[in-house]
Design a protein around this ligand. Structure first.
Ligand SMILES: [Zn+2]
Length: 464
C-alpha cells in the first residue's frame, strides 16, 4: 500500500517515509507509542474494520537495485529502507550501521535457535509442474518456496519484522528491556513455531494458545523452545476460534500481539512484505507475473503479498501488479463470502470510483461482510481454517482492483495438488502449503487461466 507524497500521517513536518494508518477509520497510533500495533479506535464496539496498514511515501524511498545486496543478503537488511522500523530508528538518531548491526545480531540469534537465518527463499519456474498443468513454454508456474525458510514456513517473516521493531524501541529508550511485556499468539502450527523461534532469538517470553487438536510434535517443539503453551478447548455455544478468545484476554492483560493477524498487529503484515520484495527483485530482468494465487487463512500472507507488490510497482521495480486470486477450502470460506457481498454492491462496469465507494462502505460496515464461520471447519489444509479472515478488506480490495477473484477448493483438489507439488518439484510441502497451487489447479480446470499466463504460487510451509 502506497500513498501520495505528503499524505503520511504522523503530523505535518513528519520526516518519516512511512506511517501506520487504520484502513477503517484513518487513525494512527500516537507518535512515540512503542507498541503501535493496533488502531487506537479498535475495540470501541463500532462496526468499523480497524486494521493498521503500513503506508509508504514512495517519493522518499527507492527500491534497492543490484547494489542492494546479493543472493545471500538478509532481506530485512536488503530492503531496510522500505521498513517502518528503519524510518523510526533513523528519525530517532540510530545510524544505518547501528541498525544493520542490530538486524544482523538478531538474525544470528535466529540462526542459533533454528539452524538458519533469513535469506531470500528460492523463486523459480517449475518446469515439470508447468508441463503437468498444460502451460505453454512462455507461461507456467513460478514457485516461491518457503519450506526452507526459518522454522519451515513464511510465518517467521512476519514476526522477525516485529522483533526488529521491538529492539529498535528499546534502543531508542521508548521501551524498558528490563520490563518486557510477554508476547502472545494464537496458532495451530506454523505461526506458533515461527513465533517460538523468533521470541527465543529475542530472549522474550511467549504465550502460545493452541487448539486441542494441535499436533503433539509441534507442541513438544514449542515447549523445547521455552514457549508457554495453553491448550484451548471449544466452549459450547461460543462461536469463533477459542484460541483467539484466549489471545484477546492475554492482550487485554498487557501482553503484546506476536501474531500474524493484521487486526491485532498491523506491523506484523509488514514483515511479510519481504516476500513480495524478493519476488520483485527476482522478476526484475524478465516479464512480470500475470497472476498470483495465494492461500488465505487469516489473510496476512495475502495482504502482505498484495501490498508489497503494490510498493514494488509504485517504486518502478515491477511494470504492473498481477491479478490476485485468494484460495480457501470448502471447510471455511469467510473471505469468499465477504468478496461476494462486496462485489454485489458494485454496478456492472464499475469504475475505480465505484470500487472506492464500496470499499469505504465495507470498512465501516464490517459485520455485513465478515463474521466467524458458523461450523467448526475441517480440511487437509488445516493451516488456513481461520474462522475469520482478519485481514479481509485488503485482500478483497487487491482482488477487485486487479480483476481477480477468490477460489474455493474441495479436499480432492487439495490432495491432488499436494501430490503434484511434491512429485514434480521434490519439495516436501504440506497440503496447507500447496493450497495456493490447488486454487490454480481449480482455475485451470475451469478454463480461467490461459496456457501462456505466468502464474505465481507460494509453497508456504514444510510437511512436519
Ligand atoms: Zn481504526
Amino acid at each position: 500500500m502506497t500513498i501520495r507524497p505528503g499524505a503520511i500521517a504522523g503530523g505535518p513536518g513528519s520526516a518519516l517515509a512511512s506511517a501506520l494508518v487504520c484502513a477503517g477509520c484513518g487513525a494512527s497510533p500516537a507518535p512515540g507509542d512503542p507498541y503501535p500495533f493496533r488502531c487506537p479506535n479498535a475495540g470501541t464496539g463500532d462496526d468499523t474494520d480497524h486494521v493498521l496498514r503500513r503506508l509508504l511515501d514512495v517519493r522518499a524511498v527507492e527500491f534497492p537495485g543490484a547494489g542492494g545486496g546479493d543472493a545471500a543478503t538478509n532481506p530485512y537488511l536488503r530492503y531496510r529502507h522500505l521498513f517502518h522500523a528503519w524510518h523510526v530508528a533513523r528519525a530517532g538518531g540510530i545510524d544505518d550501521d547501528a541498525y544493520c548491526a542490530l538486524v544482523a545480531r538478531l538474525d544470528g540469534e535466529v540462526a542459533k535457535v533454528d539452524g538458519r537465518g533469513f535469506v531470500p527463499t528460492p523463486f523459480f519456474r517449475a518446469g515439470a509442474l508447468s508441463d503437468q498443468l498444460g502451460f505453454a513454454p512462455d507461461g507456467g508456474v513460478w514457485v516461491k518456496d518457503e519450506t526452507g525458510n526459518v522454522s519451515g514456513s513464511h510465518k517467521a517473516r512476519h514476526l522477525f519484522g516485529l522483533l526488529v521493531y521491538l529492539e529498535v524501541m528499546e534502543r531508542l529508550g521508548r521501551a524498558d528491556p528490563a520490563a518486557r511485556p510477554h508476547l502472545a499468539i494464537a496458532s495451530c502450527g506454523n505461526a506458533a513455531m515461527a513465533a517460538a523461534v523468533v521470541a527465543a532469538a529475542g530472549r522474550r517470553v511467549l504465550d502460545v494458545f493452541v487448539p486441542v487438536d494441535a499436533d503433539p510434535l509441534v507442541v513438544a517443539r514449542l515447549r523445547e523452545l521455552d514457549a508457554r503453551v495453553s491448550v484451548c478447548p471449544r466452549e459450547p455455544g461460543v462461536t469463533g476460534d477459542p484460541t483467539y478468545h484466549r489471545l484477546r484476554a492475554a492482550l487485554a492483560e498487557g501482553a503484546l500481539p506476536f501474531t500474524c493477524q493484521g487486526n491485532e498487529n498491523g506491523l506484523a503484515v509488514e514483515g511479510g512484505f519481504t516476500l513480495g520484495y524478493e519476488m520483485a527483485t527476482a522478476l526484475a530482468d524478465g516479464p512480470a507475473l500475470d497472476r498470483l494465487v495465494v492461500q488465505v487463512g487469516g489473510g496476512a500472507l495475502a495482504s502482505a503479498c498484495i501490498e508489497s507488490i503494490d510498493d514494488a510497482v509504485a517504486l518502478g521495480a515491477l511494470p504492473r501488479a498481477p491479478r490476485f486470486n485468494a484460495v480457501q477450502t470448502e471447510g471455511a470460506w469467510p473471505l469468499r463470502r465477504a468478496f461476494d457481498r462486496l462485489a454485489a454492491r458494485l454496478p456492472v462496469g464499475a469504475t475505480p470510483g465505484d470500487l472506492r465507494e464500496a470499499l469505504a462502505y465495507a470498512a465501516t460496515h464490517r459485520s455485513a461482510f465478515m463474521w466467524p464461520w458458523e461450523e467448526e471447519p475441517r480440511s487437509v489444509a488445516h493451516g488456513i481454517l481461520d474462522d475469520e479472515t482478519y485481514d479481509w478488506l485488503a485482500v478483497v480490495e487487491g482482488m477487485l482492483r486487479t480483476g481477480g477473484s477468490p477460489v474455493v477448493v474441495g479436499e480432492d483438489v487439495l490432495v491432488h495438488a499436494n501430490e503434484l507439488a511434491v512429485s514434480t518439484t521434490g519439495i516436501d510441502v504440506d497440503p496447507t502449503g500447496s493450497s495456493g497451487l490447488a486454487g490454480l489447479v481449480a482455475l485451470r480446470d475451469r478454463g480461467d487461466v490461459g496456457d501462456h499466463e505466468r502464474v505465481g504460487v507460494l509453497f508456504s510451509g514444510v510437511r512436519r
